[in-house]
Ligand binder design. Structure first.
Ligand SMILES: Nc1ncnc2c1ncn2[C@@H]1O[C@H](COP(=O)(O)OP(=O)(O)OP(=O)(O)O)[C@@H](O)[C@H]1O
Ligand SMILES: [Mg+2]
Length: 261
């Protein structure tokens, strides 16, 4: 198309960097436990990274450091070229830029589905009420629960609640979405409806970090698999490489357990 006009400055039109999330030499301890050890991880804009590894390897802690739900002892974390803010309003803004979806949905029980998806927009983004409602309804439609907008969370299935939680995170226009085992609390028949929403997000170009045991999702949606064990990133590879030819004994052992259970 020749009619496309570039009215913005060049600095707006072109992202400053393709790297959206950069962890450099990150270390964290819980008392004597060295839970994150020299973590270097760079996530590009639009990339989908699946993090897998044994229980206790530090996957959740890694996710939580990225939106500063956990502090780090040394190293650095930057989002979109800026170091994580320590506190205050800047930190609230960062948290809004980094959408997080947990195993437990953490919806407000005394608010309707619609209100849950409007709340952050009103409080953090200071969106006006009408615009917030329009956006909430459109996101609820997008994740397939538009008809549930006026119900309370307890009136929804687990799969529906998790899709509301995804819509709530998306309502903040996050730069990156973190998912920490989003389907592991769900009954089997509800897992796919949540994975499908995540697949669509990935296709739409969302930058995503996903901790999951759903290897089908990893194979079909991930650009890269990061395998963690004992607080370290042991391997990083494309899903094809990782699943067909894991290099480390830890990864081979882990895959043999989860693929044949
Ligand atoms: N707040 C905390 N205080 C002390 N130890 C913690 C805390 N949070 C996590 N840990 C410990 O840190 C280690 C890593 O925990 P983390 O939750 O990051 O692992 P994970 O890889 O997500 O495991 P899982 O697959 O079971 O979810 C574990 O040994 C855990 O017991
Ligand atoms: Mg975990």
């Amino acid at each position: 198309m020749s009619g496309v006009s570039v009215t913005k400055g060049a600095e707006d039109a072109v992202p400053a960097t393709t790297d959206l999330v950069v962890l450099s030499n990150v270390n964290k301890h819980f008392g004597a436990l060295h839970v994150l050890q020299d973590i270097d991880l760079t996530i590009a804009r639009g990339e989908v990274v699946v993090v897998i590894g044994p229980s206790g390897s530090g996957k959740s802690t890694l996710c939580r450091t990225i939106n500063r739900l956990e502090t780090i002892d040394s190293g650095s974390i930057a989002i979109d070229g800026k170091p994580l803010p320590e506190e205050g309003r800047e930190l609230a803004r960062l948290r809004a830029d980094v959408g997080m979806v947990f195993q437990s949905f953490n919806l407000f029980a005394h608010k309707t589905v619609l209100e849950n998806v409007m709340l952050g927009q009103l409080k953090v983004r200071r969106t006006d009420k009408k615009a917030a409602e329009e956006k909430a309804r459109s996101l609820l439609d997008r994740v397939g629960v538009g008809s549930q907008a006026d119900k309370y969370p307890a009136q929804l299935s687990g799969g529906q609640q998790q899709r509301v939680a995804i819509a709530r995170a998306l309502a903040m226009n996050p730069k990156v979405m973190l998912f920490d085992e989003p389907t592991s609390a769900l009954d089997p028949e509800m897992i796919n409806e949540v994975l499908e929403v995540m697949q669509q997000l990935a296709r739409d170009g969302m930058t995503m970090v996903v901790v999951t045991h759903e290897m089908g999702f990893a194979r079909s949606a991930a650009n890269r698999v990061v395998f963690m064990a004992d607080g370290k990133i042991v391997e990083e590879a494309t899903p094809e490489e990782f699943f067909s030819n894991p290099r480390s004994d830890r990864a081979k052992d882990f895959l043999s357990k989860i693929l044949h259970h």
